[in-house]
Ligand binder design. Structure first.
Ligand SMILES: NC(=O)c1ccc[n+]([C@@H]2O[C@H](COP(=O)([O-])OP(=O)(O)OC[C@H]3O[C@@H](n4cnc5c(N)ncnc54)[C@H](O)[C@@H]3O)[C@@H](O)[C@H]2O)c1
Length: 417
């Protein structure tokens, strides 16, 4: 019997030495980076790789063969991996527009997962993904690995301990100067199943500058920087203001911006965004910004501002506490957190919630999409956390709220009770 099945059926913990057999869905990019991290553990084995583009497979195949002394099985259709009884878990490393289908199908096949962020392409997908994970009792770690790095855990400990005092404002930001350039539609390369790459998204002709990595700046496949980096940086703001992984959620969001700076380019994600989120009980505001300049700050980061004017700033690589005049104040460091990927493997074995458990990162992903909903609809949108839905009509027509799937694809509906 598969490790994950045995554990969830019997409700028991598994022996620490038992091997977790995994398959990678979406090679070449961050999915492969996750796979390499997991291959460092003696109790993990990679059995299969899957990608719709043959060109993305050779490097990953070579490394897996080198590590285990045998070739992994290779597939173009992820459902072939999900059919395999000997595979316990999958890495979901596809572009965002595929996450919901692959992850929900994996849950239905009884697989645990390491799923990349942002979780979804729209809000409704995130809600259904969280429900599917709970319904099928799957252990899913998400790619928000900052939840397991020292600067962020130290900064969060400091904020949550109350040392910064009452927090009235959080800020998160990212710099975005990406250009995709211009390209004309061409015939897809022969090894790429382009129709499958587009999957549930609206079909558009093949253009190589919309494909690997670049897709995040095309709203048909990604959500721009609000989801790509927002899910990292706003996640920290939300965690700091929450007691545990069940995050505080905003009651309303307004946004202003657009594609104003990088206009002569095929990308269509906003390069400029000023979004304001309102939270109640406790009352505070969150400011999210995409822009071209962030002088005297890192290119990305999260800040907490207290009622007495102190600021805690954290970014990849460090954190500091500043007085209202900008003078650095003493800070404290705690014990280092566990490795993010190791934490997932351990949680799969003990059937406990990992540090970036999917239902929690689904909340952050919804918060990120809300800025795109507010921007694309031009309306202030309101969120009902109990119903896990927008309030009223505002924002409901936005594709970032819910986008129709292409003919032939259907999102399984896991509606909250
Ligand atoms: N956690 C992080 O820090 C981090 C960093 C980078 C990317 N990411 C996330 O990782 C995911 C992948 O991003 P990337 O930059 O590696 O993208 P990428 O385009 O480089 O790689 C995605 C791969 O998935 C393949 N693919 C597409 N549809 C597929 C399908 N149906 N079945 C199998 N394979 C399919 C593509 O052909 C491609 O090889 C995204 O969700 C992204 O947001 C996370």
């Amino acid at each position: 019997m598969r490790l994950a099945d045995a554990a969830s059926l019997k409700g028991i913990s598994k022996s620490p030495n038992e091997k977790l057999v995994i398959g990678l869905i979406g090679c070449g990019g961050m999915g492969a980076a996750n796979m390499r991290n997991l291959m460092n553990f003696p109790d993990v084995e990679v059995a299969a790789l899957c990608d719709v583009d043959d060109a993305r497979i050779p490097n990953d195949l070579r490394d897996v063969e080198h590590k285990y002394g045998r070739k992994p099985d290779v597939y173009k259709d992820y459902r072939k991996i999900l059919d395999r009884k000997d595979i316990d878990a999958v890495i979901v490393g596809t572009p965002d527009h595929w996450h919901a289908l692959v992850l929900i199908h994996a849950c239905e096949a009884g697989k645990d997962a390491y799923c990349e962020k942002p979780l979804s392409h729209d809000i409704v997908e995130s809600v259904y993904m969280a429900e599917a994970v709970k319904h099928h009792k799957r252990i899913v770690q998400c790619g928000t690995w900052q939840r397991s790095t020292r600067e962020f855990t130290d900064a969060l400990d400091y904020v949550r301990s109350g040392k910064l005092g009452k927090i009235i404002l959080t800020r998160a930001w990212i710099t975005d100067g990406f250009r995709a350039g211009h390209q004309k539609p061409t015939t897809p390369p022969s090894g790429l199943d382009y129709d499958m790459w587009v999957g549930p998204a609206e079909f558009v002709p093949y253009q190589s500058n919309r494909l690997h990595f670049n897709w995040r700046w095309f709203m048909n496949f990604g959500g721009g920087m609000s989801t790509d980096w927002g899910v990292h940086m706003m996640d920290i703001a939300l965690l700091g203001m929450s007691r545990d992984q069940d995050l505080v959620m905003p009651t309303s969001v307004s946004a202003y911006g657009g594609q104003w700076a990088i206009t002569d380019d095929d990308r269509n994600a906003p390069d400029t965004m000023q979004a304001i989120y309102r939270f109640e009980n406790p009352d505070f505001a969150m400011h999210w910004q995409i822009g071209l300049d962030h002088p005297e700050k890192e290119g990305h980061g999260t800040e907490f501002v207290s009622a007495d004017g102190r600021t805690l700033r954290v970014w990849r690589g460090g954190w500091k506490v500043l007085d209202p005049g900008g003078k650095e104040l003493p800070k404290e460091e705690a014990a280092p957190p566990p490795d993010h990927w190791r934490n997932w493997v351990d949680c799969v074995k003990t059937r406990s919630a990992p540090r970036a458990s999917l239902p929690s990162v689904a909340q952050t992903t919804i918060v990120c999409h809300l800025s795109n909903v507010a921007l694309s609809s031009g309306e202030t949108v309101h969120w009902d956390n109990k119903k896990q839905d927008l309030v009223g009509k505002a924002g409901r027509n936005s594709l970032s709220y819910h986008r129709p799937y292409r003919k032939g694809y259907k999102l399984p509906e896991y509606k909250p009770a």
